[in-house]
Design a protein around this ligand. Sequence first.
Ligand SMILES: [Zn+2]
Length: 300
Amino acid sequence: MTTFISMCLVVNRVVEAHTTIRTRMPEAGYYLQNISKDNVLRVPTSLPSLCIRKDRSIAEITAIAPNLSGLIVILSSIASKGSVDVLGGSLVKILDGRLLVSLFLDYTDSGLSPEVIEHSLGAMGVVESISVNGALAKGIAVNSHMFPLLMGDKRAIIFAADYFCDMMDHLREKLGPAANTLLYDMGEKYGETFARQTKKETGLSGEEVVKLALAEIQASGWCVSENYQADLGKMFWRVNVKELFECSKRRADEGVNRSHFFRGFLAGLFRVAFGLTSVSCIETLCQANMSDSCEFAIWV
Ligand SMILES: [Zn+2]
């Protein structure tokens, strides 16, 4: 028996992975070319919550299928309409076992209307309901079902990293250097809570909690975990990450290491994961400060 839980369908533009050293020009913004490694595939992934295709005709189509095979028939039917482009979507099991699929379609070149697509798919008789929601504006469609968002079993919210960094900069303008202390404290609290809950839920401790955390924050889009070194005899660790959200964008105060929230997160994480009373953490290298990655030293 096939058991299905949920999935996202994502179609991204192909991003060329350059191996050259990233530019130092402020206007270059983010340095996505910096995250590729020879043996690891990492792909910029768009959550299927919002679809923007300038000047194209797009729509969100939603269907409820009683089982996976009904859903596959619908997907096959869409695929057979060669000029209807599936841009992405989500597939979720509803509580009673039925499946809800939501797809973003680009039908610009098909000659079809959203109503015709809805009618032709509905007429196949393999789904319980189907609806097509037109674009909110030309080329913009929004998923109407994804709420609440969950990371594992915890509710998550999403907003652009730029906004978060702008808020942190605003805090610095208002509070001066005290803002960085505040951000460190906030990160430390989060790291402590993360470690405490992970220990409780998984029964793991020490390094296992740390490694799980470094994997999870990458899956959450915080950064790419590049390297982790531990000297448990001396209780000294190094963590190396790339594209950390606090540091990956060029800023005016060049010459300063940028991470305070994540630095605090690591301190709280290691302290609780290893059951210690006090942990120090400094950022020894910073991607915002002429390094290719951010490196953190943690010690007791
Ligand atoms: Zn940094």
